[in-house]
Design a protein. Structure first.
Lengths: 339, 339
């Protein structure tokens, strides 16, 4: 499919979904909308992100070539819809394109968009809207034939989705029949499938993860589950715990951002040292389904090569397992650890 | 207030909410509806439960004396509305009574009940419907002046609500200015206030607990938070984890049912031994807000007195803290442990 991705005023650093689609999606991104960048003249994605698929940066829907779907690739704090985006979304619908969005504000509940979608026979896909028929977990994920690998973190926003997708790619490169189980909006858009676990009813959190695994285990030998938050996060730990016990992983990969010492956005709270974080995840997993931290994935993007290698070495020593930066270097050591 | 409580076919053993209201509510329960029991002739609550407030058991709403509110005091598996209850609920509304229910099926969304409630100026209180404006936690529960005590469990359905309410009563008897923070439907009906934590969006679970604590901490020196599930439950651990980190307790009370060895309803999963469960809760709490297991609350109702005392002694030894059965004996040892 051919996609255009809206990222007004936020590309690339504030546009996690847009960048995720450019980096990992099998779809062709044929335009990124950022009217601020486009106001400076002709710009391209490759000027900002040399290692992802390239596309022109344009000001609005009128500058977008033929597409199959239009994606809202940013989410403001609070997840609302910015009315300055309305003409672009409406223009896409009028051209007959589906629209995907990961906002808390559901486009399908917007009367104007719903009417346009019906008139032009398009689908509005609100990625953050979980299925209505979720249930409590049955406790069966551990019985599946697939080997399950779940990413966990020392904190939120340390690169768990990225690590999961890099690991998936490395596993496929190594010839493994590997599938992805996304749990957040960007991963779901990349995969074209999935349940936004942070939006499920808390009683059904593990059940929603289990449902995805049961479905995917028929198809794959290895399943890589995207983790969320951290098990000692003051706000998000419920989501993390539901994913940990719902996925009943065989192996854990501990993700971290080099140098991070306090919880992102909750700076009064210290992170656990890597060894203690690994031990806590294992202790918590064990009574439901035993799992070991078999490797680490560390985001070293803000360090030079020497410091990055030192950070990986330190992290690996702390968790007594190989640690990689899967974006900067590669993830093959982790693939070896799970085989 | 004067209440009538519907418990058709389920009183007393399958009617947790009805029994909770009889035992712990400040309201007067003036009738329990169980048409099966009432078919046998005149029956009273005291025949089944000698130690709670007494009331007649009646067949339907026509046999109920003057009341202020009518309560659906049972919930079938799945939480649906049983159509055989419709005449009783409608009859209550026609008499001008409010109706409280803890079903997944919301009475306020039932057209017939909504119309009757409007016509007769009654309120339909769907206890399981969380507020719409919940948010993520700010991470401030640990800064409150009140001493926070949260009940945790080796499993679900071991008596955490009961232990919390007995502890509350014992604390008040000891002269402490103590308040209750309910997290489930029965506790919310008893308190007339609260958020059903298992029905919140998982991202907002800790935030919903925090919101209740912030509100109640202005009023009380001690707050007793009703726990849910268990931190190693294959389906419900997300709820447990959100309550643990959202409440940031100073003290934990570990609840257990004597003799329980496997997870209720998930018998393939063993419970953790008490010492390991206590250690795991403490390890998980510590990075967010340090808390110790200061006591145990053990349900020994199915044992004789000697076996009960032995079970309490064993449990206390395992957690290295006093263990009580707060219903059978009393909770004063736990009150001493938190002062």
């Amino acid at each position: 499919m051919r996609l255009a991705v809206l990222a007004h005023g936020k590309f690339p650093d504030g546009a996690k979904t847009a960048v995720g689609l450019l980096r990992y999606s099998d779809h062709d991104v044929v335009a990124v909308l950022d009217r601020d960048l486009a106001a400076d003249g002709e710009r391209r994605v490759s000027e900002f992100l040399p290692d992802v698929q390239d596309a022109p940066v344009v000001a609005g829907i009128d500058d977008v070539p033929d597409i199959d779907a239009f994606v809202v690739g940013i989410a403001p704090i609070g997840g609302g819809f910015d009315e300055t985006w309305r003409d672009d979304v409406a223009g896409a619908l009028e051209r007959g394109c589906d629209v995907w969005a990961g906002l808390h504000y559901f486009l399908s509940e917007d009367e104007g968009f719903a009417a346009l979608a019906e008139e032009h026979d398009c689908e509005l896909w609100d990625v953050r809207d979980p299925p209505e028929d979720l249930t409590v977990a049955e406790g069966v994920a551990g019985d599946l034939d697939a080997t399950v690998v779940t990413t966990v973190g020392t904190d939120c926003s340390v690169g768990k989705m990225t690590a999961t997708l890099e690991l998936l790619e490395a596993a496929r490169d190594a010839g493994l029949n590997a599938g992805f189980v996304p749990t957040g909006q960007t991963g779901i858009m990349i995969e074209g499938w999935g349940i936004p676990i942070d939006r499920t009813i808390s009683d059904f959190t593990a059940g929603a993860v289990e449902r995805m695994l049961v479905e995917r285990a028929e198809e794959y030998d290895y399943l890589f589950v995207e983790g969320q938050g951290s098990i000692v996060h003051p706000a998000y730990s419920a989501v993390t715990c539901g994913i940990l016990h719902g996925s009943m992983p065989d192996h854990l990969v501990l993700c971290h951002e080099a140098g991070r010492e306090v919880v992102h956005g909750y700076e009064a709270f210290d992170l656990l040292p890597a060894d203690e974080a690994a031990a806590l995840y294992e202790s918590l997993a064990a009574p439901v389904h035993p799992a070991s931290v078999v490797g680490g994935a560390v985001n070293t993007s803000h360090l030079d090569d020497g410091a990055a290698r030192a950070a990986l070495s330190d992290f690996g020593d702390a968790i007594d397992a190989p640690a990689v930066d899967p974006v900067r270097f590669d993830a093959s050591d982790l693939v070896e650890a799970i085989r």
